[in-house]
Write a protein that binds this ligand. Structure first.
Ligand SMILES: [Zn+2]
Length: 310
């Protein structure tokens, strides 16, 4: 192949599809038996370092960050959404941040990256929400998105989650009031716009062949994870149940958790399950592509990134 043809790969001048000129990959495909899965990066958000471990002593929090060559004051966080194709269904799992929040200029990319990946919004049959924080529902609130979605779209969310956001309680979180207001408004807008599409469930619901959503609670009262099983292979989309520090410090409370003690119990239970069955796991805020496994080492856990496959 000549030089000209190689360069042509990056040349998008004759093609106005957005996203093709991105030199850092933002989507990663995995197969789980018969089911096709695609991690799509919405970009990067950040949290104050103190919010990643509200109950840790500052020295051990700084040590954790320092050991990873991360700055001491603020933590860049990946924001990943997920797409599944099972049988005739195309399923979005969460939707990133959307475009309304000026503090996060590097996020809100999900919708155009979905288009660049060849996933047409009109082909989406189901949306599954891990929970209704703004970094998970925001992509569905972007202008023009709802109009492209099908009128018979099903949005699966636990009944506890939908109920919680009617009148949310932030008292156990470390979210500043003005920020809580932004989060509350996004969830209210989501409930207003998508109420007629909601397919709520109590504890568990089958979404498609091999795709089951199960409520865990903890991070939010209706927080849920999605288990994908096909042809003897497994993958879990863990949402915000597993965060970057969860493996070394499952006991650290994240400031966005509405019930931090329960969130710790949930992640311990999930990590034990994942370490025992060797399932792949993808979680929202692990670095892209966020595909890996969990190993158990005594009482601690270790994140084992999957080796990229082509
Ligand atoms: Zn989140």
């Amino acid at each position: 192949m000549g030089q000209h043809q190689k360069l042509k790969t990056f040349d998008t001048s004759s093609d106005d599809r957005p996203g093709l000129d991105e030199l850092v990959p933002s989507r990663y495909a995995v197969r789980v038996g018969e089911i096709e899965a695609l991690v799509v990066s919405d970009g990067i958000i950040w949290i104050p370092a103190v919010a990643m471990a509200t109950n840790a002593d500052p020295a051990s929090r700084s040590a954790w960050l320092g050991d990873r060559f991360l700055p001491p004051d603020r933590l860049d966080w990946a924001l990943n959404a997920f797409v599944l194709r099972s049988g005739s269904q195309t399923i979005l799992i969460d939707s990133g941040l959307g475009g309304e929040y000026s503090g996060y200029p590097r996020a809100g990319q999900f919708v155009h990256r979905l288009a660049a990946a060849g996933v047409d919004l009109a082909s989406v049959t189901d949306v599954v929400l891990t929970h209704m924080h703004f970094d998970h529902v925001g992509g569905l609130l972007v202008d023009g998105v709802k109009e492209q979605l099908r009128p018979d779209l099903r949005v699966h969310v636990s009944a506890a989650e939908a109920k919680f956001w009617e009148n949310p309680d932030f008292s156990r979180t470390a979210i500043p009031p003005e920020f809580a207001e932004v989060i509350r408004r996004a969830s209210m807008q989501f409930l207003e716009e998508y109420r007629s599409h909601l397919c709520t469930f109590e504890e568990e619901q089958g979404v498609a062949p091999g795709v089951v959503v199960t409520r865990t609670g903890g991070h939010t009262p209706g927080h849920s994870v999605i288990r994908v099983t096909s042809g003897g292979e497994r993958l879990m989309f863990a949402g915000d149940a597993l965060l970057p520090a969860s493996f070394d410090h499952p006991e650290w409370h994240n400031g966005f958790e509405h019930d931090p003690e329960e969130a710790t119990r949930v992640r311990l239970r999930l990590m034990q399950e994942l370490a025992a069955n060797g399932s792949l796991v993808v979680s929202t805020h692990m670095p892209f592509p966020s595909v890996g496994r969990v190993a158990a080492e005594g009482k601690l856990f270790r994140w084992v990134p999957a080796w990229w496959d082509y």
